[in-house]
Design a binder for this molecule. Structure first.
Ligand SMILES: Nc1ncnc2c1ncn2[C@@H]1O[C@H](COP(=O)(O)OP(=O)(O)O)[C@@H](O)[C@H]1O
Ligand SMILES: Nc1ccn([C@H]2C[C@H](O)[C@@H](COP(=O)(O)OP(=O)(O)O)O2)c(=O)n1
Length: 418
């Protein structure tokens, strides 16, 4: 059986398990060692009837989709008293070493049902199930890997000992972000959609729209100004007014031609969804290059949105769990056309909420999440500020629409030759 778990097991004992205790970023970390420690460790967070379920198949598209559906699957099949917590297993500082799954605490009356469900899952090529046992001395904990249905075939040679570990400096998801959440060249984003053509036929249609020319080095004759910001900060209002004031062309990313497929990709896991948005930018970039030879161009959302939402979604918790400022994860893709100026609209959360309600439109799931989750909103805005590339200027969108327009017109005068 060519489970990725085999290579994973080779390094099993230096792995850290990082458990997202409450999805707000409180992480519990433990590492695994091959030999029992001299001093017995009591480990209050691990109990009998704790399990980890990790997704570690070879095919990244299938694994991403399996993980995406795993929480629902577990919630449907397991007794309601099972607590599920997202867990990441990784090798500290090793890029792409992260494997995701769930840590499970079974407080049900029916432990055999939980073991049956997990046993059936463990038979899948994509899944690795482990359980935790207290040693005979009553203090030490070990982790056993299941190699068959339930734990009858528990592979005792793969037993590891559990020791507390330091909290990582930043969220473990950062290790796997490149080419899983953020794509720094068109070819890498295309690869994801090519790999998903069999299960998502719409991928083919998107790939056909993505051009092959590299317009990144072409410097447009007229300025290209991107307007960024969270939903309801006033991007649509401002971009329309700028179009009129400057006699400009108005574009958006994702471009209109991708609208028929956006909902399909919004239902997919981040790997596929983010590749779709990345490619949207390349299509918009081609349109920018063409339009900017004739008139100024205003763009509603672009690379800052793609990178910032992707990074802010991949981690949980406070702004400090983002990749550190200056990290290469905030770089601009070298093959993507750079605009002349990026304006980020910011708005007091209360005023933004008021505008959202006044607009009375349905929000995307992600925007509802923004509403509920202040930390997420703060992470997106901070990531916006950290993305590198063209000058990004923050503008308070709180004043009247006309005042915001006048301020942005001034900025355009300062930064661009008109
Ligand atoms: N400067 C402003 N002052 C007050 N209301 C505004 C302002 N700009 C936009 N609005 C209103 O706020 C709502 C959201 O604006 P919109 O331009 O649709 O935002 P976005 O495109 O960023 O989602 C709309 O109802 C719009 O009329
Ligand atoms: N260029 C873009 C534009 C949007 N996105 C993603 C980021 C978020 O998941 C959503 C936000 O888009 P949404 O349609 O809610 O925003 P607006 O209504 O345009 O303000 O789309 C992106 O990744 N790249």
């Amino acid at each position: 059986m060519a489970k990725r778990s085999m290579s994973l097991l080779g390094q099993w004992s230096s792995r850290v398990f990082s458990i997202d205790l409450d999805k707000r970023g409180a992480l519990l970390n433990f590492a695994l060692t091959e030999k029992p420690q001299q001093a017995p460790e009591t480990f209050r967070n691990i109990q009998e009837r704790c399990y980890s379920v990790l997704v570690c198949g070879d095919d990244r598209i299938q694994s991403a989709r399996f993980y995406w559906g795993l929480e629902d699957l577990l919630r449907n099949e397991l007794p309601a008293e099972c607590e599920l917590l997202p867990v990441s297993s990784y090798l500290p500082h090793v890029k792409d070493s992260l494997i995701r799954g769930y840590f499970l605490k079974d407080a049900s009356e029916c432990p055999s049902l939980t073991r049956r469900v997990l046993g059936a899952l463990g038979l899948s090529e994509q899944v690795q199930v482990c359980s935790y046992l207290r040693g005979p001395d009553g203090g030490r904990w070990s982790q056993q890997l299941w190699s068959g249905s339930e734990n009858q075939n528990m592979d005792v040679s793969k037993t590891c000992y559990v020791v507390p570990s330091e909290e990582a400096n930043y969220h473990p998801s950062v290790l796997n972000m490149e080419n899983s959440d953020v794509f720094y060249c068109r070819a890498e984003a295309c690869k994801v959609l090519q790999e998903s053509c069999d299960i998502i036929p719409e991928s083919r249609a998107v790939l056909e729209l993505v051009g092959k020319t590299d317009a990144s080095r072409h410097s447009p004759d007229f300025p290209v100004v991107v307007i960024e910001g969270l939903d309801a900060t006033g991007k649509t209002t401002l971009t329309e007014s700028l179009r009129e004031a400057l006699g400009a062309r108005l574009l958006r990313s994702p471009p209109q031609c991708l609208s028929p497929w956006r909902a399909v990709f919004d239902r997919e896991p981040p790997l596929i969804r983010r590749a779709f948005y990345a490619l949207g930018n390349y299509i918009t970039a081609e349109q920018m290059g063409m339009e900017a030879s004739q008139a100024p161009v205003i763009v509603d959302r672009y690379w800052h949105s793609t990178a910032s939402y992707a990074i802010a979604t991949a981690v949980s918790g406070p702004v400090s769990s983002l990749p550190p400022e200056g990290s290469p994860l905030y770089r601009w893709p070298p093959d993507l056309l750079q605009p002349s100026l990026v304006v980020q609209l910011t708005l007091d959360p209360q005023e933004r909420k008021r505008r959202l309600e006044a607009r009375g439109q349905g929000q995307t799931d992600e925007e509802q999440e923004l509403d509920h989750n202040l930390l997420f909103r703060l992470r997106v805005e901070e990531a916006y500020r950290r993305v590198r590339g063209p000058a990004c200027v923050v503008v308070d969108a709180g004043p009247s629409a006309d005042k915001v327009l006048q301020q942005v017109l001034l900025l355009i005068k300062e930064h661009c030759r008109l």
